[in-house]
Design a protein around this ligand. Structure first.
Ligand SMILES: [Zn+2]
Length: 122
């Protein structure tokens, strides 16, 4: 990994076990917005954009998409209505729904992380 890429990852506090994957995501034009290696539990990664590479390769990393459900569009509107206000007057800036799925262009993948599934080439 390039020195400045590693420095950026340290600054962004990207967990060590995820750095190879995050590096790949960046190369493939994904913008990672949140991530966690799991620390003994499930890892997750959240992103926007990308060229489709990760959608094809996520299973190799042990990760699967958290699919959207009925709650995802409804959650924000219901919250606004609780205050007697019209959801149309507000911008939904959520990245995730309470169910854990990504919203507003964000995708969330989670699972037991498999590190470096592609053998590094030297
Ligand atoms: Zn939801």
């Amino acid at each position: 990994m390039k020195r400045n890429t590693l420095a950026t990852m340290e600054r962004l506090r990207i967990d060590e076990e995820l750095r190879e994957l995050v590096g790949q995501l960046w190369k493939h034009c994904y913008k990672t917005t949140d991530s966690c290696e799991g620390h003994g539990s499930e890892a997750y990664i959240m992103f926007t954009g990308g060229d489709g590479w990760f959608e094809d390769n996520a299973p190799k990393y042990g990760l699967a998409k958290v699919e959207n459900k009925d709650c995802c569009p409804r959650e924000f509107q219901d919250e606004i209505r609780k205050y007697g206000l019209d959801p149309k007057d507000f911008v939904d800036k959520r990245k995730t729904c309470g169910c854990g799925a990504g919203v507003n262009g964000n995708s969330v993948y989670r699972g037991r992380l498999i590190q470096n599934p592609f053998k590094p080439e030297f």
